[in-house]
Design a protein. Structure first.
Length: 132
């Protein structure tokens, strides 16, 4: 039996699809694999100007020393490929892409993550506009 695409469920509104996608991401934010990736980025570092920060990490992109609480586990290959819409995927694929192998995750700072996400979204828009 082939799996149904997300858009095949006509009872779920786009808003509800996005809420479910957000719920999956929130659960992942508490996952062991995410925690392990962030923990692997930890380094011994102190900064006299920030004496209260005791946990530091090294950003995998900009290579700066960053307080660990400002780090995120980034999917090297995007959760939703830039040439694919969420609606064309199955929920199983979304979950498999979210809980991927550790080698597809990298600990990066929130600033680098914002830049990478913005770049991926730009590629998505280009891909979407090119397919018309």
């Amino acid at each position: 039996m082939s799996q149904k695409r997300i858009s095949d469920n006509k009872n779920m509104t786009p808003k509800e699809r996005n809420l479910l996608k957000g719920a999956i991401r929130r659960v992942f934010s508490r996952s062991d694999i995410r925690r392990a990736v962030i923990e692997a980025s930890r380094i011994e570092h102190t900064e006299p100007s920030r004496p209260r920060v005791t946990k530091w990490s090294l950003c995998g992109t900009c290579k700066k020393f960053i307080p660990t609480y400002l780090m995120v586990a980034d999917h090297i290959s995007p959760l939703i490929p830039v040439d694919t819409k969420l609606e064309d995927m199955t929920w199983d694929t979304v979950i498999d892409n979210t809980w991927c192998e550790k080698n597809n995750l990298m600990a990066i700072c929130k600033d680098c993550h914002k830049i990478k996400t913005k770049s991926e979204n730009k590629l998505r828009r280009r891909s979407k506009n090119g397919s018309k």
